[in-house]
Structures are given as C-alpha cells and as structure tokens.
Design a protein around this ligand. Structure first.
Ligand code: HSE
Length: 417
C-alpha cells in the first residue's frame, strides 16, 4: 500500500512504548504522521496527552476509514492479535511491537499479509532499536548466512550485568529493570527465556525462512544461574550471557536455541552490557559483523516503531525472501553440545546421558562438571532446568563430529566410568 497522503495513525496502547512513540512523533514533523486516536484500557490513569485523543473503544480506530495506519503496542497478546487481524482486513497498514503475539501467530499473520497485500511491520519486536529484521530480510542471502548469535533480551542482560559487576541481588536487579521499563509486565517472560525465544522465532523466519512456534524451540533463561557460576566463569576468562544462537550445520540444516552461555572477552557479545542488545552475524564474504544498540526501553523501542512508520511512505513490506523466494531452511537437532553444569547433588544429574566429562570439580555446597550432551536429550528432558541445576553452554558449544563422540564415549567405558 503506497501511502501518499498523510499518515493518520490510530495507536493502541499508551504505556512505556506508546507514550515514547507519541513524544518521538512530536519531535519528527518531517514524517508527516499524526496520531489521531489512542485506544487505552484504563481510563483512570493520568496521561500526558490531550484527553480528546483517547478512547476506550477499539472500533473508534478500527472502523475509522480516515485512519490508514494502526500502531499496536499493547501487552495483551490475544487482544493484540485481534486488533492486527481486524486492522489488516479493514485495509490499514499495521506496525506492531508485540513479539509474543507475532511469534505465536506467525503462520496466520503470514497468511493475512498474503491475503491483504498490506504492510505489517514489526522491527521493534526484536532487539528494539537495532534494525535487525530489516537487515536480515534485505541484506543477507540465506546461503551466505553462516550464523547469527545475539543477546536479544535487555532485562536479563541488565540483571546479569548488575548482579555480577555491581553485586546487586537478583531481586534488586530485576526490580530496577522493572522500574526502568525494560521488563515485561510479567517478568517471568524475561527471566525464564520466553521473551528471547519469542524474538528468536521471529528472527529465524527472517534469517533462514524457518517458521517455528517459540514453544518448540530449545530455550532456558537465567533463573538458575548462581554467583558461584559467575566465579567459575570469571576464573576461566568468561562472562555469562543469555545468548540466542542459530548456526548452519555441515548438513545445511540449522541448529537454533536460546541458552545461557559463556562468552569470552574476544567475543563482541561480551561488550554488551545492561539493557543493550547485540547480534553477531557471520556470512561468507562479509565475515563477521556486530550490531549493537539498546534492546529495551521507551525511546529505543519507539525509534524502531517510528522507522517502520517512515517505511510505510515507500510502501515497504517484508517479502519473507528466505521463506518464499528461496528454499527455507529446516532445524536440526542431530548434534552435541559442550556444557558447564553446576549442581548441589550429583543425584540430580543423569550420568548415563553424559557423552563424556571433561572436567569435574567437587566442592562443599556446589559442584560442577564440564560435559558433552546430545542436544536431543536436552530437548526431551527437564532435569537441567530444575532449580538446583544450572546449565551453561560453552562458547563454541556445537560438536558435529560424531566420530569424536563415539571414541570419547568408548574411552570412558574402557576406563570403567
Ligand atoms: N522485556 C524486553 C527486554 C523488552 O527486556 O528485552 C524489549 O523487548
């Protein structure tokens, strides 16, 4: 849809992002975009905008034919999906920041875009201020994209930074992330990795044409990481980060997951602190590139929404090139990973599932091992997510060479372990 007239926006949501967008739009008159109506849920809350802009009726926007753009930045996943769907079917371009809604409904949203041929843009849904979706979509041919690894949740990165650099407790660090508007209204989504998994499922579609529901992804958060783990990491020259990874395997398929990981000081991701996000992309000719920017917060998120609104001027739509114009990749879980596992009691570790153990450190209270496991086993079990266990991947965790695994396993058997 080419929008040559002025952009008349109906905004859903006036929270951290919505208000940020309202203020940012006031400072960018060249965009010729005006918010003409704002739909909110709670009429009692004091709002920093003229009262006549607000409505409680979603149809005041969805049925208003003078509104050509709907921007949706609300927290309620089901309501957000209904709004996006109705807006597209009513002929409006849509910009959204609702990562959970997008990730969970991607197949239907793809269908709606095919059906309506209307723009549905959502740059703010992953890595906030970093234009990573448009980059993956436009710049990287999937044959060239070897891997993408990123810190894509600002709150968990903020918490890890505050805990391990400033010695704040987990609770205090989380509280601060909430006060600063980084955390989800249900912070479990951040802390236990759900938010990063949602974002990863969106990015996998644009990076590799893989459409996967986030609950089918292998992921965990930072809820079990202990200060003892950070000490071991430091000793070995690493930091701990929650890293989303996707890497092309030698069979051409893709290994993808979101898990805590050791990150060395040579890795650009070690540079990513607090609420910042970062993504390292490796491709055939460009080699390594590092994208860095604020991944949460009012203005950084609004900046991506603003950029999408601007893109409507030149009829920009995602083409989903990797999905529709090339052969989409598929995920694979036929590989092994090198892991660090700390635990209170050895009974909590299924020893028979460890392919081999490289290090074993026993101490009072907490012990750890460095061991190799099949990723299929991780995907099918839960012991490593339990409260008293903390599992962290090594930096280059993937082992594809099955021969090595067989030989090592044999040597363990011979040694009677
Ligand atoms: N809760 C999210 C985060 C907000 O911390 O990254 C930005 O998507």
């Amino acid at each position: 849809m080419a929008i040559n007239t002025s952009l008349r926006i109906g905004l859903f949501g006036f929270g951290v992002v919505g208000e940020g967008l309202y203020k940012a739009l006031q400072q960018t008159p060249t965009l010729q975009a005006t918010i003409v109506k704002i739909c909110i849920k709670n009429k009692e809350k004091k709002r920093n905008a003229p009262a006549d802009l607000f409505t409680l009726e979603k149809d005041d926007i969805l049925n208003d034919t003078s509104i050509n753009v709907v921007v949706e930045v609300i927290d309620d996943t089901a309501a957000a999906f209904t709004i996006v769907k109705t807006a597209l079917l009513n002929g409006k371009a849509v910009v959204s920041a609702s990562k959970k809604m997008i990730a969970e409904n991607l197949p239907e949203l793809l269908q709606l875009q095919l059906q309506t041929q209307l723009p549905f843009l959502y740059e703010a849904s992953a890595c906030a201020s970093i234009p990573v979706i448009r980059n993956l979509e436009e710049y990287f041919d999937n044959d060239l994209l070897h891997s993408i690894k990123g810190i894509i949740n600002g709150s968990t990165n903020f918490i890890l930074t505050k805990m391990f650099e400033e010695k704040l407790s987990f609770t205090d660090a989380l509280l601060l992330a909430q006060q600063l508007g980084f955390a989800e209204s249900n912070p479990t989504l951040d802390v236990e990795g759900f938010d990063a998994a949602n974002k990863w499922s969106i990015l996998l579609a644009h990076a590799y044409g893989i459409v996967i529901h986030p609950n089918k992804l292998l992921f965990n958060g930072i809820q079990n990481i202990q200060s003892a783990d950070a000490l071991v990491a430091k000793d070995k020259g690493y930091e701990i980060k929650l890293v989303a990874s996707a890497k092309k395997l030698s069979n051409g398929k893709v290994a993808a997951y979101v898990l805590p990981q050791f990150v060395s000081s040579q890795n650009p991701l070690s540079f990513v602190r607090n609420e910042y996000n970062g993504a390292v992309i490796e491709s055939s000719f460009a080699d390594k590139q590092f994208f860095y920017g604020k991944g949460a917060g009012s203005f950084p998120t609004a900046s991506a929404v603003l950029s999408d609104i601007g893109a409507l001027r030149y009829s920009y739509r995602y083409e989903y090139k990797k999905l529709y114009h090339q052969t989409p990749h598929t995920l694979d879980n036929n590989f092994y990973v090198r892991t660090y596992i700390s635990f209170e009691n050895l009974q909590h570790i299924p020893k028979e599932k460890l392919e081999w153990v490289e290090e074993w450190h026993s101490a009072e209270g907490r012990s750890y091992i460095v061991a190799v496991l099949h990723v299929k086993h991780l995907a099918e079990s839960n012991w490593w997510r339990e409260k008293n266990v903390s599992l962290i991947l090594h930096e280059d965790a993937i082992i594809e060479n099955i021969d090595i695994v067989t030989v090592k396993k044999k040597s363990l058997e011979l040694a009677g372990l």
